[in-house]
Ligand binder design. Structure first.
Ligand SMILES: *Cc1c(COP(=O)(O)O)cnc(C)c1O
Length: 377
């Protein structure tokens, strides 16, 4: 879908904030651990809704590589000039391995079975497998993809060697690095460390840190930090744990009033006629709805107009929603859905808390229909 450019709703992404978030992380780790690990920017899901291409291009000189979730996201980066390493974090369909090899994209091997399927491909003989770089995924307790024993990992290394492939890395992913309780985290760390110690050969990259591990468990950072949420200026724990260095939220979401009117006492607003005016009420229309990822449960939350909090009333429709205004304001008046207006501020975390979800989901759900504008690029 093409973004809707002829309406005032837009997400503004501050690229300088993203760059500063990376720099601040590096400074923090250098001070705390005395190391300078490679930073690989996680730009899956269209850069957590921020726009993978622009984020990757802007961060390119500050990072050593990129992580995406699937092959199409890797293809998108390669076709927009990104030449640094790209790791696909999920297992891809074995038949598509040739695409990854041709684009020099690093693959995740999620199991020995997967690599055996690749080994059985007719098309493998036409490929220069020395360009097939792979990282073994270890399931240390997340319960998703990955090997669970050192024997399986060593069998993958042996089969990879036999096929002439490049064993470039091994990694795992923590389920609870953003939580106060560290039991699960420590058991995963022990499992991963022991498995790596039992390998027949250590690859170039051993890595296990996402943002949360990099922020609150810096001892886990080895060769690569996979920096996602914090790169966008979001605290991966929401508000549970305090940040250990300065981040700035890169995304703001803005629109404008497209319609204003006074509705009389007893008049209703929106589908289901849920909202009934208890007195004459000034209302305004904002052109954003659930098709933009501004979900129906935003009713009852607020936006900022003229530096004031204005409640979202009635049901959020597909393309529009209604807010209560303190006074008659002109059409075109700025509306801030995420960001600052005067002394007031709405963060991604505030929206997530209202919805009972995490900040990741709020930004990832912002649909392609919302125009992205980049500043400080
Ligand atoms: C998404 C993802 C990350 C990044 O996580 P953040 O919490 O956003 O930093 C890192 N590693 C893997 C395997 C992931 O899937």
């Amino acid at each position: 879908m093409k973004p809707s450019t002829h309406r005032p709703t837009q997400a503004v992404i501050d690229l300088a904030a993203i760059r500063a978030n990376i720099e601040n992380f590096k400074t923090y780790i250098a001070k705390k651990n005395g190391i300078t690990p490679e930073i690989w920017a996680v730009v899956k899901a269209n850069g957590y809704g921020h726009g993978a291409i622009r984020v990757a291009q802007s961060a390119d000189d500050l990072v050593s590589g990129f992580c995406v979730s699937n092959l199409d996201e890797a293809i998108e980066l390669r076709s927009h000039g990104i030449v640094k390493p790209i790791l696909v974090l999920s297992g891809i369909v074995p038949d598509d391995v040739h695409i990854a090899v041709n684009l020099r994209v690093t693959l995740t091997v999620p199991s020995l079975d997967w690599l055996k399927m690749v080994a059985a491909l007719d098309t493998l003989k036409d490929l220069d497998t020395s360009h097939l770089k792979f990282h073994i995924k270890v399931d240390s307790g997340m319960g998703r993809i990955g090997v669970t024993s050192v024997d399986e990992a060593n069998d993958i290394i042996a089969l990879g060697d036999k096929l002439g492939m490049d064993f470039d890395g091994i990694f795992t992913h923590f389920a609870t690095a953003d939580e106060v309780n560290t039991d699960q985290f420590l058991s995963q760390k022990t499992m991963f460390d022991e498995l790596v110690n039992g390998l027949t050969r250590r690859p170039r990259f051993v890595h296990s840190s996402n943002s949360a591990a990099g922020i609150w468990h810096t001892e886990t950072i080895q060769d690569i930090e996979r920096l996602g949420d914090a790169l966008y200026g979001l605290n991966p724990s929401g508000t549970a744990l305090d940040m250990t260095y300065k981040i700035t939220q890169a995304l703001t979401l803005k629109s404008e009033l497209t319609h204003i009117k006074i509705i009389p006492e007893g008049a209703t607003v929106g589908y289901g006629a849920d909202f009934v005016a208890s007195k004459d009420t000034i209302v305004g229309t904002v052109p954003i709805g659930y098709a933009d990822g501004w979900t129906r449960d935003m009713t009852g939350f607020y936006v900022l107009v003229d530096g004031q909090k204005c409640q979202i009333i009635g049901r959020v429709s597909m393309d529009q929603m209604t807010i209560r205004l303190p006074e008659r304001l002109p059409i075109g008046t700025k509306v801030t859905l995420i960001g600052e207006d005067g002394a007031e501020k709405i963060t991604v975390n505030d929206v997530a808390a209202h919805r009972g979800t995490i900040n990741y989901e709020v930004v990832c759900l912002l649909s392609d229909r919302i125009k992205r504008k980049y500043t400080n690029g």
